[in-house]
Design a protein around this ligand. Structure first.
Ligand code: 6R9
Length: 638
């Protein structure tokens, strides 16, 4: 079966078929992959439990689909083009053949260090080729990877390691990001103080900074590779995995509690990421694809590693940040590696746009034929700039909406096939059945309606559970609206039936495309010894999309406010990571609460949005006068 639709008529026909006969549709897609043994049943599902199985009893290994199956015809084709942080360092290109070799070697290293099928491995690496190598090596031997983004703190790492009971950690001495060196191994050392499950740590040399290596626990990546080489056994056969065996865990924030481990399984995730990669980007074999995400997030998992590689594509990965050494870096990379498809986030577009056109004008972007956006709603101004300055009005923009829990893109234009409109994700991909519901759960039929976005039928890439806590998965995603997966996003379906995602309807912020749970952040702030209570809300931020606004009640002791702000930020950096630091901290004598003690975040949101006219009735508050006081304080913060 052809994965790419040919034109809009073909899309409509394919979509209709996929809804009428979903099993037949997905079976046709799945058949384009390499299975060690075919499935006996395409799909069984029950959203109430939830219990979802795709390609039951099928046997498969995703690393074989990403590597071995391309070797015969395309062994010398670049699989990964790696662009270092420092533009004066040489880029590295790994062909499919070379990548397979390195993955097999490292898979043997993992085995030598006691890792077996089903074991959990935590990966805390910078954006270097060894990161996808480590991921694919885990997949090759059936170990479950849990990648933790390099910006998270020691505390966040240890929470994740303990939740998944990881037995091994893969890290580096340090990593480069712009002008900074991140001391990854030292952060891991702090994390491991409270992690009893970890037996081994493999440390890659990258930054060449001093690290403490603990005898019996810590080993060097390079030494372990030498050992494998001297053992003289370069190959590592791919483990036979069941389609529903867990491939990886990725932690994500929600509206309550600590981040949860979203579980993706092997067969469905493979089929879904491969299919959506080929179809949405209309990938042609010679094209160079550059996704600027970090592999620590789902976008990197699905569209730097698994999606492109399962389709035999060339995937560019970049170690650094788009604004270093200057705001022209991304365009330099496009020019240098002749990137055809660029997939990035609105926050990056806005920051490069704000830096000034002089950084993009004059760069040779003629290789670009298609553009993508992901992670947050894209505003019209950024969309237009992206379209004109980067795509020169000729490259279709796919505004792809999806989530960690979805595995891959759900609602998006198909490049060059679906018409586009700034700010619109447009139409569901084949196999995806979105519905809008009102607060009470009534399905909103027809066009010109807004509501909460749900999906009423399974797709292969969806999460199966949350690690170690299935009830939490049910509660979070499948209990709000019976028989449906609830996304947590609000959405408009306009008069033409086109979808526009309007943002989260729960207490989750989207800061520079990163999900931040307000409850988790409040808990972190409340850990600071001077803090009595806090409330977090998002506010419109010109570059980040949403900024973090913290209202904080301090104890009665006299404080130096500026110093206390720094202390609170330091606390947040330690508990969660620097990405969760509030942009604005306003000290308040109290918070607007109902008589039952519930914080009225709606009122705080109106205040920070400057929407003072529509605060509404405050007479039911415990202390209505506090609203005025907070308003006055907020006016002074700007
Ligand atoms: C892939 C990814 C998911 C949340 C999601 C939504 C927001 C993502 C979007 C978008 C508008 C888009 N989001 N893509 N909003 N338009 N094209 O970002 O996953 O980190 O789990 O975030 O991001 O609010 O619910 P994740």
């Amino acid at each position: 079966m052809e994965l790419k639709v040919k034109d809009f008529d073909d899309y409509q026909k394919t979509y209709d078929d996929s809804v009428k006969n979903p099993e037949e549709f997905w079976e046709g897609i799945a058949e384009t992959f390499f299975w060690k043994k075919k499935w006996t049943n395409v799909l069984s599902w029950d959203f109430d439990k939830p219990d979802i199985k795709w390609f039951e009893n099928g046997k498969v290994n995703i690393s074989e689909n990403c590597l071995d199956r391309h070797i015969y015809n395309n062994g010398d084709k670049p699989a990964i083009i790696w662009e270092p942080n420092d533009p004066s360092e040489a880029a590295r290109i790994l062909s499919y053949k070379q990548l397979l070799e390195k993955v097999e070697q490292f898979a043997n290293v993992l085995k030598n260090n006691g890792v077996r099928k089903g074991d959990r491995v935590c990966i805390y690496l910078p954006m270097v080729p060894e990161l996808p190598i480590a991921i694919l090596a885990c997949a090759r031997i059936g170990a479950i990877h849990s990648v933790v983004f390099g910006g998270f703190s020691a505390q966040s790492i240890s929470d994740r390691i303990n939740d998944a009971q990881c037995s091994l950690v893969i890290t580096a001495d340090g990593g480069f990001r712009g002008s900074k060196v991140i001391e990854l191994k030292s952060i891991v050392d702090d994390a491991l103080v409270t992690c009893d499950s970890v037996e081994k740590v493999i440390v890659l040399t990258r930054a060449r900074i001093g690290v403490s290596m603990i005898k019996g626990r810590d080993v060097w990546w390079e030494d372990e590779i030498h050992k494998v080489e001297s053992q003289g056994n370069p190959v590592c056969p791919a483990e036979e995995m069941d389609a529903e065996d867990t491939l990886f865990i990725l932690y994500t924030s929600g509206s309550t509690g600590k981040p949860k481990g979203v579980v993706h399984t092997t067969g469905g995730y493979m089929v879904y990421t491969g299919y959506t990669f080929s179809n949405v980007f209309q990938y042609n074999p010679e094209e160079i694809f550059f996704c600027t995400a970090d592999i620590g997030w789902i976008t990197g998992h699905s569209y730097i590693v698994y999606g492109p590689l399962s389709q035999g594509a060339t995937s560019v990965m970049f170690e650094g940040v788009p604004t270093w050494p200057d705001a022209g870096r991304m365009w330099d990379i496009v020019e240098k590696h002749k990137v055809n498809i660029l997939y990035t986030a609105p926050t990056a577009i806005r920051s490069l746009m704000a830096a000034g056109d002089e950084y993009v004008d004059g760069k040779d972007l003629s290789s670009i034929t298609k553009l993508g956006s992901v992670g947050e709603p894209i505003n019209e101004e950024a969309w237009n700039w992206y379209n004109e300055k980067v795509g020169k009005g000729k490259a279709p923009i796919v505004d792809t909406w999806w989530q960690t829990e979805n595995g891959g893109i759900l609602i998006s234009p198909i490049a060059g096939v679906t018409p586009t409109k700034p700010g619109y994700a447009m139409l569901p991909l084949p196999g995806v059945q979105p519905v809008l519901v009102d607060e009470k759960g009534k399905v909103l039929e027809g066009n010109g309606v807004s509501g909460n976005l749900c999906i009423k039928f399974p797709w292969p890439g969806m999460l199966r559970t949350t690690w170690g806590d299935h009830e939490r998965c049910r509660q979070t995603y499948f209990s709000t609206y019976k028989g449906m997966y609830f996304t947590g996003d609000g959405c408009l379906r306009d008069e033409d039936g086109h979808y526009r995602i309007t943002g989260r309807v729960d207490d989750v912020l989207n800061v520079s495309g990163h999900r931040i749970g307000t409850a988790e952040l409040e808990n972190a702030i409340n850990m600071h010894s001077d803090v009595v209570e806090s409330a977090i809300v998002g506010y419109p931020h010109p570059v980040k999309g949403q900024g973090i606004y913290a209202f904080v009640i301090l104890d009665n002791v006299h404080h130096d406010e500026d110093l206390t702000r720094k202390d609170i930020n330091a606390t947040v950096s330690r508990i969660i990571g620097a990405i969760a630091k509030p942009d604005i901290i306003q000290f308040v004598p109290d918070l607007p609460k109902t008589r039952s003690g519930k914080i009225m975040r709606r009122i705080l949101r109106k205040i920070v949005e400057g929407d003072l006219g529509s605060i509404g009735d405050v007479s039911t508050l415990l202390d209505p006068s506090i609203v005025e006081e907070i308003k006055d304080g907020a006016a002074k913060m700007k």
